[in-house]
Write a protein that binds this ligand. Structure first.
Ligand code: GRF
Length: 202
């Protein structure tokens, strides 16, 4: 399945997906990367791997809807079948989400529905949870709210600070995202009537 990754920054999850998809047996192919940030480190990583990139700046458009329409046009240019958000730091408009419903996934560094939104690790430490982790979910109009495809948990250690917890979760994110995209691309997971449905095959 032709997959486009949307990023805003470092792009380590994108890099993990590119790496996995370089295996011809992997059911998704990363055909392009779109960033809303011209300085995103991930753009250089993708280019170095020979993946075409597009930058679509919010400041080039009068409204959020027009920005999302430009992203949608770029996705069309890539003939995208699946959209993977990987550190894409903007909320998408409802009509864009509706168009890609069931074909767009996101990774969030918490065990949803806990700690939606920004700085989940800091808030997890503040809450004193002993288990934290990451979630891949279908994207719906509500932020970090769609049906859950897969999660991975990591321990929170007494000596953790935000940086050490971020690093431990990130190491769990990469294989989790690779697994979840594989499941979607080979039809082992789908979204129907707002719910996740798992099956053994396409
Ligand atoms: C990751 O923690 C991801 O879960 C979150 O933003 C971070 C992006 O990191 N949504 P990277 O750009 O994939 O390295």
């Amino acid at each position: 399945k032709r997959t486009v990754v949307l990023i805003s920054g470092r792009g380590s999850n994108m890099g993990a997906l590119i790496e996995a998809a370089s295996d011809p047996a992997y059911p998704a192919e990363i055909v392009g990367v779109i960033s809303d940030n011209a300085d995103a480190q991930g753009l250089r990583v993708a280019a170095a791997r020979g993946i075409p990139t597009r930058t679509v700046l919010r400041s080039d458009y009068a409204s959020k809807a027009q920005h999302d329409a430009a992203i949608d046009a770029a996705l069309g240019g890539f003939k995208a079948e699946i959209v993977a958000l990987a550190g894409y730091m903007r909320l998408l408009t409802a009509s864009f989400v509706e168009k890609w419903l069931g074909r767009m996934i996101n990774i969030h560094p918490s065990l949803l529905p806990s700690f939606k939104g920004l700085e989940p690790h800091r808030r997890a430490l503040e809450a004193g949870v002993k288990v934290h982790g990451c979630t891949v979910h279908f994207v719906t109009a509500e932020m970090d709210d769609g049906p859950i495809i897969a999660q991975a948990a990591v321990p929170v250690l007494a000596e953790d600070d935000e940086a050490s917890l971020i690093a431990r979760v990130l190491r769990a994110e990469h294989p989790l995202y690779v697994l979840a995209l594989k499941m979607l691309a080979e039809g082992k997971v789908a979204m129907t009537d707002g719910k996740v449905r798992f099956s053994s095959g396409p």
